[in-house]
Design a protein around this ligand. Structure first.
Ligand code: GLC
Length: 533
């Protein structure tokens, strides 16, 4: 196959605090990840993306970076990282890091200098503004974690801007020295051999130069989180951000051009599809994969899914490669959103759509959100706006590996509680069970690897009804059909003439009915993959 590796493989997101502890402090680390590489290779994913591992005060659990070119001692050392990279590559696994360019920690030496005085040469590396005429913040912008996005600095008599926590000041990406410094950070890791980056909040990186007020959001309702009071018209998604993405792309591409392996950039971007598409770039290429989060937030109904899939396919620019995401460390888990039975159907959908799929660790076990006692809450999002179900701790709990103490995650008490059902819902148990969702994921990933129609083939919608969705994937002479039942009722589906003799390749239920006389019987909550003959 001639498709680049990042088109053909599935990406697996690891939240490093919660994957595997190796030094008995209750927090996962790099050596722990290295220990589990055989599991990941056996699962059948082709790349891992590791959430931030850099030195950090951990106010936002690593998304507050205090040093861009090192490893936090809680996670290990640079040598541990190099070792992980070698071990992963040896198993054919690519490694992506999380690049957090929009903001640093307030403990980063750059910010420490920047806030030292108005004359400091790093002052303009961050976004400083005088107060408004009434002495209040320079404009009405709201932090994504609630409250004003401006923090008053008594010592120098100005406000600085933070799209997230006040401990995460935004860098000033209009400053050429900031750009140069951050591009050097990318080169630092790319030179070490990382295969690319997931770029944190890419659409936030540039703000309107004159900082106008954001308009009110007419759809705002209390309980949505304060950030939704305003539309982020001027604080995000500014046209100049595409120049930055293009520069980053050129850096990444320069490695491939030198024969050092193709490196990939994935952008974290929460925007409507039409605007998302701009992040692929135009004449100058943007990121390879602007994350497509539609499956995370949309209603789980056949017509809505069909419209989202076809709308997305139609909106893709020429050469734009699609991608799909089912969950991440910021959103409720798929098993919680859809229930256990539909989590299996969702797995089939994710792994049979056209485009690169990204899986979130633990979703292959059907992990649900874990209820966190108020006294155990760690996430700053929950601490700042409690009770709105915005907290992310429930989706960041430790990976349950086996039925030994603490599910084999750690010999110490884990930093967040385990899922209550861990004695049964763990890798060891589920790997032995032919009916488990883990076995289903393995089979789906193996099928995807085996069948170019699934990984790089064309997509065609065949049929949408009340509760069912049917589509075809084709490559050369290979023709596969995927049928999903999103409901509890059983459905009889008439297959097109060319697929009347189809053979069952995989079903989410053990007792899939064979295709008879061109009719497929889809049981309650069943999804199947067929091969047309
Ligand atoms: C991204 C991350 C999220 C983090 C935020 C601020 O959205 O996914 O976890 O809190 O950026 O860095």
């Amino acid at each position: 196959m001639s498709a680049p590796w990042w088109q053909g493989c599935a990406i697996y997101q690891i939240y490093p605090r919660s994957f595997q502890d190796s030094n008995d402090d209750g927090i996962g680390d790099l050596k722990g990840i290295a220990r589990r590489l055989d599991y990941l290779a056996g699962l059948g994913v082709g790349a891992i993306w590791i959430s931030p591992i850099y030195p950090s005060p951990m106010v936002d659990f690593g998304y507050d970076v205090a040093h861009y070119c090192d490893v936090d001692p809680r996670f290990g050392t640079l040598a541990d990282f190099d070792d992980l990279l070698v071990q992963a590559h040896r198993r054919g696994l690519k490694v992506l890091l999380d690049f957090v360019p929009n903001h640093s920690s307030d403990q980063h030496p750059w910010f420490v200098e920047s806030r030292a005085s108005r004359e400091n040469q790093k002052r303009d590396w961050y976004i400083w503004r005088d107060p408004a005429a009434d002495g209040g913040p320079p404009n009405n912008w709201i932090s994504d974690f609630g409250g004003s996005a401006w923090q008053w600095d008594e010592a120098t008599g100005q406000y600085y801007y933070h799209a997230f926590l006040k401990e995460q000041p935004d860098l000033n990406w209009r400053h050429p020295a900031v750009q140069a410094a951050m591009y050097d950070v990318m080169r630092f890791w790319l030179d070490r051999g990382v295969d690319g980056f997931r770029i944190d909040v890419l659409w936030h990186m540039l703000k309107a130069a004159d900082f106008p007020d954001n308009p009110p959001n007419p759809a705002y309702r209390p309980g949505m989180g304060e950030m939704h009071r305003l539309l982020q018209r001027h604080s995000t998604d500014q046209p100049e951000v595409h120049l930055i993405a293009a520069e980053m792309r050129e850096i990444a591409d320069s490695y491939g051009a030198r024969g050092q392996g193709e490196r990939v950039l994935i952008g974290e971007i929460y925007l409507p599809v039409e605007r998302l598409m701009h992040y692929y770039g135009g004449e100058r290429r943007g990121v390879h994969l602007p994350f497509n989060f539609q499956l995370v937030d949309m209603p789980w109904r056949a017509a809505a899914l069909a419209a989202a899939i076809t709308g997305y396919e139609a909106a893709l620019p020429p050469r734009g490669w699609p991608n799909w995401v089912l969950g991440n460390h910021d959103r409720p888990r798929v098993a919680t959103r859809r229930g256990q039975a539909q989590a299996r159907v969702a797995a089939v959908l994710l792994l049979t759509l056209r485009g690169t799929p990204t899986l979130y660790y633990g979703d292959e076990l059907g992990l649900s959100d874990v209820a966190i006692e108020p006294s155990q809450v760690r996430d700053p999002r929950e601490l700042r706006e409690p009770g709105l179900a915005l907290g992310r701790d429930p989706v960041r709990t430790p990976m349950p590996w086996d039925d030994s103490d603490n599910a084999g995650f750690s010999r110490a008490r884990p930093w967040l509680p385990l899922n209550a059902d861990w004695p049964a819902r763990n890798v060891m148990r589920m790997a032995e069970d032919p009916q488990s969702i883990l076995t289903l994921y393995r089979r789906l990933l193996a099928l995807r690897c085996d069948r170019p129609a699934l990984s790089i083939g064309d997509f065609a919608l065949l049929n949408v009804a009340d509760e069912t969705l049917v589509y075809a994937r084709r490559h050369g002479t290979e023709r596969l059909i995927v049928a999903l039942n999103l409901g509890e009722r059983q459905h009889r589906l008439e297959l097109p003439d060319w697929a009347r003799g189809s053979r069952m390749l995989l079903s989410t239920t053990g007792d899939a009915a064979p295709v008879e006389a061109g009719v497929l019987l889809l049981r309650s909550n069943e999804a199947v993959v067929l091969e047309a003959r």
